[in-house]
Design a binder for this molecule. Sequence first.
Ligand code: NDP
Length: 450
Amino acid sequence: MNYINNTLLSLRASSPAQDEFYQAVEEVLCSLAPVLESNRLYQQQAIIQRIVEPERQIFFRVPWVDDKGNIQVNKGYRIEFNSALGPYKGGLRFHPSVNASVIKFLGFEQIFKNALTGLPIGAGKGGANFDPKGKSDNEIMRFCQSFMTELYRHVGPNTDVPAGDIGVGAREIGYLFGQYKRLTGRYEGVLTGKGLLWGGSLVRKEATGYGTVYFADYMLNDRKENLQGQTCLVSGAGNVAIYAMEKLYQLGAIPVGCCDSSGTLYHQGGIDLTLIKTLKEDKRVSLAEYLHTHPSAIYTPVADYPTGQHALWQYTADAAFPCATQNEITKTDAETLIANGCKLVSEGANMASTQDAVECFIDSGIAYGPGKAANAGGVATSQLEMAQNASMQRWTFEDVDKQLMRISKSIYQQASETARTFGQPNNLVLGANIAAFKRVADAMIEQGVV
Ligand code: NDP
């Protein structure tokens, strides 16, 4: 469709060298062709040109002093992408690979993910090219304080509410919140993923991983199957991966493999999750240490991976849960998974699969849940934390978990019903993109040209 191609071309010209961002935009726009053709209003109102342009982009310097007294400088970002449905909402990522393209792709995905939750939240994303690995607690604190010293003027409980993402967990959210409070003198719900002692919500820590597994279960239920007894590969060993594995065990499935940035771990009898929590949440060490307790498990360091392939996806399993980072499943990985009998992929990570890998999954007919639908339980529970903060209430674990399940189910139903309506019942990418787009686009039209 010319209209979409022209938008993509002009985006490449006006925002050069942002490959991850183009990938995310292209995937969404290609799914929208049937809606744009049938509803001329979206074109007349230039919704596509407006939706791909962030409302505001904040780039800033983050200077800090390391333990040796040296001055370090990082780049900080907050992209406030779309506020048609509510205050900007989306995580902060601290990782050396962070740049404007990565934050823009994440912010763009967030528009559609947040819309699918049905909750009043707009979309934003931020972070820094800071590597928390190997830093002392004091260095992390000084970095977070410097980061918030710029960010505080742009965020607030009714304007922009960041949360965690890669490299930003409860410890970092604590330091960021402390500095916000010091600078503004206000104790308010400006961040989510807060500690339970000071405004956090039960289930928020678990929500993204749990939600990704609930979504997988709903996909299987529609095929008259469930997760009981299914072997699973879960990439990552961080927040999302750990709680995906926890929920998989609770539903009777068996996670047999996971990975971190140093290598891949395979344990045929089932991953020892208590040990993973100790290694990754408490000690923050490499998965290689798992072998000290379980010498029969197999650990493959990154340097030994097969060329162009991820070691984890070579293993045979019934289901795959990519929960580490973007583009971690390539077309070759997808073909290997399918050839080995994998019948379900549910993405905890954002844009976990390359575009040609996604096409492979959809064409093969296996159940495929794209990140923006499958992992939306995290941001949904963040909104539940905002609701508790605003009403000064505290809900029980069971209450929040029930709401998480309800929202995950509703997202699955919206995506699958929309996919059916548009004649592609197995294409949840199309279903999720169209259902989300309509909600945001209609709100944008009602709010005028802003
Ligand atoms: P964490 O930082 O807690 O964990 C990330 C994990 O992935 C770590 O174990 C890390 O290894 C591993 N990892 C990172 N990059 C690579 C790589 N290139 N190869 C192999 N392993 C890698 O982040 P989260 O669990 O919070 O986030 C994971 C994904 O989920 C991201 O895509 C994020 O955007 C997405 N997501 C997160 C949400 C949340 O609520 N946290 C919400 C929705 C989506 P190591 O341990 O060595 O650092």
